[in-house]
Structures are given as C-alpha cells and as structure tokens.
Design a binder for this molecule. Sequence first.
Ligand code: ATP
Length: 298
Amino acid sequence: MFRVRDKTIKVEAPAKINLYLDVLEKRFDGYHEVKMVMQTVSLCDRLTISVDKSLEDVQLEVINADIPENDDNLIIKSIRLLQEYYQIPPLKIVVDKEIPVAAGLAGGSSDAAATIWGIAELLELQIKQEQLAYLASEIGSDVPFCLLGGTSLAEGRGEKLTNASTLPQCYILLVKPPFGVSTGQVYKAVNPTDEADSRADKIISALSKGSLYKVIENMYNKMENVVFGWHPELLDLTKRLLDFGALTVRMSGSGPTIFGVFESYLDAYNVKKSLLKEMPEHEIFLTTPRDKGVGKEH
Ligand code: ATP
C-alpha cells in the first residue's frame, strides 16, 4: 500500500553556475579533488511526476531536448537507485527541458536531484536529509548541490558542501553556443593545480558581506583555458559581453556556457536583445541568483 497524498507533483530543477572552479589532484578513486563556489540560478527544467498504476514500469517523456528517455537518463537512473531502497509504484515523468544539455549548467544533475526529492515528497518516504544527500552523491558529484541549492563552497569531488550567503541581487546572462562540451573530456585535458589559491575563500567572505564587486574580482574557472583552446570563439564571445558592459564574464563549469553579470536589469535585457540579433544560433537566458535548489513548482 502506498500512502499517496497527491497523485502528481510538479518540481522545479534549477541550473547552476560556478563562481569559482579549481581542479586539484586526481584521487585514487579516479575523481579529481575540486574547489568550487556554486550558485543556483532561476533557469529551471520542470518535472511532473505522477503515480500511474496503469504502467508496468516507469515511463519518461522528454519535452524540448534530444536526450535519452531510457536508463541512460539521470532521471531514470535516480529512480532505479530509489528502487533499491524503497518500494516505488509505477511512475510517469514528464520533463520539460529549459536548461541546455551538455552546457556546464548541471541540467542533468538538477533533474536527478528533482527526481529524488520529488518522489520522496510524493510518496511521503520520510527520507532524512543526510540520506537524500547520500543518494544524490551516488548519482553524480554535482547532484547534492542541486538538491540543496543557493550558494555553496563545494569540495571533495564536489559533494562536500558548506553553505554560503547568496550572491547579491544581479542579473546573469547565460549564453550557450550551438555546441556541447563533454565534462569528462575537459577533466582529461586539464592540468590540475598543486594547491588551491585563496580566491574561493575571498568569494565566501565577500558573499557574507554582500559585496558583489569583491565576489566578481575573485571569480575564476580553471577549465576556461582548456575549453577556450578548443573553441576560440568563446574568447570572442567573452570580449563581446565585456564590450556590452558586463561587470565580469566567465565560463560555467566545463562549458561551453558563458555568463555575464550585470547590475541593471535593463542593461542585461538590452544586451540579450542585441546578442540574439547578432548570434541567433546561440541560446540566451536572462536569469537571477536563486537561494534554493530543487523544490515544488508554484
Ligand atoms: P555538468 O554541469 O554537471 O557537467 P552539463 O550541464 O554539462 O553537466 P548535462 O546537461 O547534465 O551536462 O548533460 C550531459 C550529458 O548527460 C548529456 O550527454 C545527456 O545526454 C546526458 N543526460 C542524461 N540525463 C540527462 C538529463 N535529464 N538532462 C540532460 N542531460 C542528460
């Protein structure tokens, strides 16, 4: 018997950007140690999860993206993991993808976090926060952050999180060029840093003081060197955003999404309009910092 309060739940799965990303030594388990400052933004995928007893197994429908609807999808992988621990009735999941795929925005990881959280809510599984975080980390290194959201220092392989103050009010223009980048390939090509510098700590301190400018001064992404080498047009895109008045421009995660930070909504809006005219093949989203991770859609 399943005590199902609602038959359906709608869950938001927000994207993230990296305010700081450094890659440190490779560990015995094959992962690299990382030091990152992660920030959730307002761009979201939307999942609708329903109990459907007419089905024999889970069924996934993806709207708006060309990604697998089978066990290769992180949504189904998350359900398979939950099935190892809990009795899960047949579910129908529809995911409306807004977050571009293979973009450095953790779209898949956030969908996984939304699946785990959403199913626990829908079926009233009463899973403790630590167990949710453990399940999330089994799916991928970024998934625990996507569950928690807001702003965090992320260490270990990305799963050790320390909460930080949210980025002060600003407008973040995400620009996704018309190609993807494989995170695995970037890790293979990156030359690890011997010892992390103090910029991540400076960002955390600036966040606690609410100083956007001090955060911006210390933003960094170790992976830019590698990915800009493969795709020099990303450097042109960065320069273009700076010409347009962005306070700073960085790549998110393993890219290729580039983001520009603006203080004024109108400036960000006008830059989005101009860029869309100049480069219509790019996807451009005007977002704001968000102070939480996955959650119920309102
Ligand atoms: P990260 O920032 O965590 O490195 P990303 O944004 O670069 O992630 P994703 O969009 O999560 O990359 O997708 C990377 C790969 O994962 C794609 O090849 C895609 O086919 C696969 N994938 C599996 N499930 C999903 C999902 N639900 N959404 C997006 N991609 C998925």
